[in-house]
Design a protein around this ligand. Structure first.
Ligand code: UDP
Length: 364
């Protein structure tokens, strides 16, 4: 039997891998070996996703979390190489744009094992973002490039990637969101524990290094949310990296003295409930920008650019760099009730099935 070794390590990868892993099991014929690098390790950043989304326990957990990018990626590279030498899979599957993605791809290609990249072709065209470096490098050494959007396909084509290596599948996150929506459970208990009601709050997530590692940007974000919280509840499930940056810069106390409700990161199903009940979503997350669109909630993205360009073009998303408090406040207020163009952007919800079918055919 053919085997695929999947490398995951960060929260969005557990979400994406859940549907593809399920598609492998349903299709049969390929054995999947799951490797968790350990990049995200808290139970509410890792275990909860395995439980809720029925992702099988990893065969290997490398326990490599924390440290600078170089050290983290290097340690992963060495550890994944050992696993590959032991397992000798027919291909390695990686997701998205984290250090785990790049380490998995690089370890594989150096052992002449072919790489499949899910979420290939996305570009922010800002190489100062660690994610952009990881994406560009991973695409360059992948044999199968599975693109979520038309823009991603065009980017690869323009970069000279051979068209027969690219498969336009749609976005696996849309597959996951559709399944979660079908499981929709009551949100009453969650909302009452936070003290909000449906349609009556802003939902915030912030975790990109360009924001958390820049005290001036963090200060603008905190100031803007504090102003917005005076008129509407603001719910912020806070990423551990952001919590630690806010403590380091002394901004956390400012935030808690305002009416912003900081909570711990939540599991995927609660996140979907929070997203569907929000009046506006304010984020710098890639995944959350798209989920806002899936659930038809207006989104304000606190970044200079986004790789999900179609959401800005169709007016589901407004890009607002966190450099100006008033501009963020005005943009969020103007977004209430705004709807973008009615258009299908991320496929039919069968991206995972297409990925598995393509790999099954090619691995024969
Ligand atoms: N997410 C979650 N709980 C949270 C915040 C985010 O389950 O408290 C989910 C979110 O719904 C999306 C994924 O995590 O599916 C996005 O991950 P993240 O924002 O960490 O990474 P990015 O998408 O920016 O790479």
């Amino acid at each position: 039997m053919k085997s695929i070794l999947t490398v995951v390590g960060a929260r969005p990868q557990f979400v994406k891998a859940s549907v593809v892993s399920r598609a492998f099991r349903e299709a049969g014929g390929i054995r999947e070996v799951l490797v968790h690098t350990g990049q995200h390790f808290d139970s509410n950043m890792s275990d909860i996703f395995f439980d809720e989304l029925a992702l099988p326990d990893p065969a290997y957990n490398l326990g490599i979390g924390g440290g600078h990018h170089g050290a983290m990626t290097g340690q992963m590279l060495a550890a994944i190489e050992q696993v590959l030498l032991a397992e000798r899979p027919d291909a390695v599957l990686v997701y998205g744009d984290t250090n785990s993605t790049l380490a998995g791809a690089l370890a594989a290609v150096k052992l002449h094992i072919r790489v499949a990249h899910v979420e290939a072709g996305l570009r922010s065209f800002n190489l100062r973002m660690p994610e952009e470096v990881n994406r560009v490098m991973t695409d360059r050494i992948s044999s199968w490039l599975f693109t979520p959007t038309a823009a991603a396909y065009d980017n690869l084509f323009r970069e000279g990637v051979n068209a027969n290596q690219i498969t336009a599948t749609g976005d696996v996150m849309y597959d996951v969101a559709r399944l979660a929506a079908q499981r929709a459970e009551s949100n009453a208990a969650l909302f009452s524990s936070i003290g909000v009601s449906s349609g009556g709050y802003l939902l915030v997530t912030v975790h990109r290094a360009e924001n958390t590692d820049d005290a001036a940007r963090l200060r603008v974000i905190v100031a803007a949310l504090s102003v917005l919280a005076q008129t509407s509840p603001v719910v912020w499930p806070m990423h551990p990296r952001t919590r630690s940056a806010l403590h380091k810069t002394g901004l956390f106390d400012l935030l808690t003295s305002s009416k912003v409700r900081v909570i711990d990161p939540v599991g995927y199903l609660d996140m979907v409930k929070l997203e569907t009940g929000a009046s506006v979503i304010v984020t710098d997350s890639g995944g959350v920008q798209k989920e806002a669109y899936f659930f038809k909630v207006p989104c304000v993205t606190l970044r200079d650019e986004t790789e999900w360009v179609e959401l800005v073009e169709t007016r589901w998303n407004r890009l607002t760099p966190p450099t100006d408090v008033d501009r963020i406040v005005e943009t969020v207020l103007a977004s209430h009730g705004a709807q973008g163009r009615d258009i299908e952007l991320y496929g039919n919800g069968d991206a995972a099935r297409k990925i598995v079918a393509k790999l099954a055919t090619d691995l024969g």
